[in-house]
Design a protein around this ligand. Structure first.
Ligand code: HEC
Length: 185
């Protein structure tokens, strides 16, 4: 009986594996799509950041360490991460960030408590008026922050883009110069 039920279990497991195998192509491409493109919702961005272990696996902005002193309005202490697409573009001297580039800035309180996580994600065709950037702002807990009118802080956020447009010639980025300028400003 034991053998019999084991073989049933084994057959069931194999059947499951075969079924999973049969659909693995689409499953794999779904995963690839998730990794390549975090989608344009705050929830998808947060999930992508967690799944990709950005705090350990992404690059820091060159020449900026962790918890460097920031400018208004982002907070006293900042840590800025680049996904591989963004890092290669920055260090390779690209004049603009390519599709799929993600820049994440953690904003810390003066006592080094994480207060918020802001992102910029380059999505071709998404935001033609503002260099195709998708913006998000999350609280440290991962909850999407909200604007005074109750809208979630995800998407074409006027507050973010109207200030970042001041660096239009640098693809909206403040922290350092694109086009071979490296990390310094
Ligand atoms: C009043 C101007 C202003 C506003 C509003 C603003 N930012 Fe920024 N942002 C900056 C400055 C200045 C820096 C560079 C910070 C530093 O180095 O101290 C920066 C840096 C960043 C960075 C790192 C990439 C870069 O540009 O260097 C991200 C990501 C970012 N901001 C996202 C956001 C998001 C998302 C919002 C809206 C929720 C936002 N910012 C609102 C001025 C602004």
């Amino acid at each position: 009986m034991l053998t019999f039920s084991r073989s049933i279990a084994a057959a069931a497991a194999l059947g499951f594996a075969a079924a999973a195998c049969g659909s693995s192509e689409s499953a794999e491409s779904d995963v690839a799509a998730t990794v390549a493109a975090a989608d344009t919702t705050g929830a998808a961005m947060w999930a992508h950041l967690q799944e990709s272990n950005y705090e350990t696996d992404w690059q820091l902005w060159p020449e900026k360490g962790r918890l460097y002193t920031g400018q208004v309005p982002h907070g006293m202490l900042l840590t800025t991460y680049l996904n591989s697409v963004a890092y290669e573009a920055l260090t390779g001297g690209a004049a603009t960030m390519p599709a799929g580039a993600i820049v994440v800035k953690q904003n810390y309180m003066p006592d080094s408590t994480l207060a918020a996580v802001t992102t910029m994600y380059k999505v071709p065709g998404y935001n033609p008026d503002h260099a195709d950037w998708f913006f998000t702002k999350h609280l440290a807990s991962g909850v999407l922050d909200t604007m005074p009118n109750g809208m979630g802080m995800e998407g074409r956020l006027p507050g973010c883009q109207n200030c970042h447009v001041g660096r239009q010639s640098n693809d909206y980025l403040f922290t350092g110069a694109l086009g071979g300028g490296g990390g310094g400003r």
